[in-house]
Design a protein around this ligand. Structure first.
Ligand code: ATP
Ligand code: MG
Length: 263
């Protein structure tokens, strides 16, 4: 089988701007500073892991990037454009995605139909008129995404009959359906068996090279295998940044991790 041509073709040029640029981003909930002064740059195509103990501010970081919660301060640029005050749907329209929750899947429909509907939803937003042959093109994209997330054998299986791990793989396909430029994965390996984790690692490392992502992951092993850079958060701040090997060998990081507090 060829490389995922359709997906690659549908992705636009990434240009020279950084995929993400956060400057002094903070998020205050009442008296709690969930995130403070986060400054971070992610290049196009870069794969970054965000590690940190429970409550470190990792999901809050994602919510500020996606626009689910506007930041209390600072600025966020996406491929050069200031999106700090954009509503979530405007960020989605520009190619920013995060993995969907299981509740967004249609339990009675097959894997292929779910992905097809996700592809159609994206396409409808872009084309307001009927185009002959549209369905075949969308079905080809859906079939391609089935392969990208290793669900070939389950393509006609109803979602309700999938294993938990397969459902998480399907969520990844849903996030990929709009030809995203950048994806945020919030603990995609949570609850997976060792075999399912290996599968996930293969899927993530097999994504087209120019498709960058940030992955929040408690499992250091998964994070260090799929990411080329690591940001370690602690108490709402960036605690350490570096290459996976540097982070793994860092005594302070080890103390923090072995000291407990993550799970
Ligand atoms: N909507 C909210 N309202 C109030 N406080 C919140 C809200 N969301 C998060 N927080 C608080 O902000 C802090 C950071 O939470 P966040 O969910 O970002 O942590 P996390 O690093 O994702 O943790 P985990 O590993 O448990 O998922 C926590 O103290 C949390 O209780
Ligand atoms: Mg979280």
């Amino acid at each position: 089988m060829n490389a995922p041509v359709t997906l690659t073709d549908r992705l636009g040029a990434t240009g020279t701007a950084n995929a993400l640029e956060l400057r002094g981003v903070s998020k205050i909930f009442g008296a709690l500073a969930a995130m403070q002064d986060i400054t971070m740059t992610v290049r196009p195509g870069e794969r970054r892991a965000v590690l940190g103990s429970n409550g470190a501010g990792k999901t809050t970081l994602f919510n500020c990037i996606t626009g689910d919660f506007p930041p209390s301060g600072g600025s966020i640029r996406f491929f050069g454009e200031d999106i700090t005050r954009f509503p979530a749907h405007e960020r989605i329209r520009r190619g920013l995605r995060r993995t969907y929750q299981i509740s967004l899947l249609f339990a009675g429909l097959s894997v292929l139909d779910n992905i097809y509907l996700a592809c159609r939803g994206v396409s409808r937003g872009r084309f307001s008129f009927w185009r002959p042959g549209r369905d075949e093109a969308l079905m080809a994209s859906a079939e391609n995404l089935v392969r990208v997330v290793h669900l070939d054998d389950a393509r006609l299986t109803p979602v309700a009959e999938l294993s938990y791990g397969q459902q998480r793989q399907l969520e990844i396909a849903m996030a990929l359906s709009g030809a995203p430029r950048f994806i945020l994965f919030d603990e995609p390996a949570a609850g997976l068996s060792p075999t399912e984790r290996r599968e996930l690692i293969e899927i993530l490392t097999g994504l087209p090279g120019h498709m960058g992502f940030i992955i929040i992951e408690h499992d250091m092993d998964v994070a260090l295998r799929v990411a080329e850079s690591v940001t370690m958060m602690h108490n709402g701040r960036i605690f350490k940044e570096g290459k996976p090997a540097e982070i793994e060998d860092d005594p302070e990081v080890q103390a923090l991790y072995l000291g407990g507090g993550h799970g």
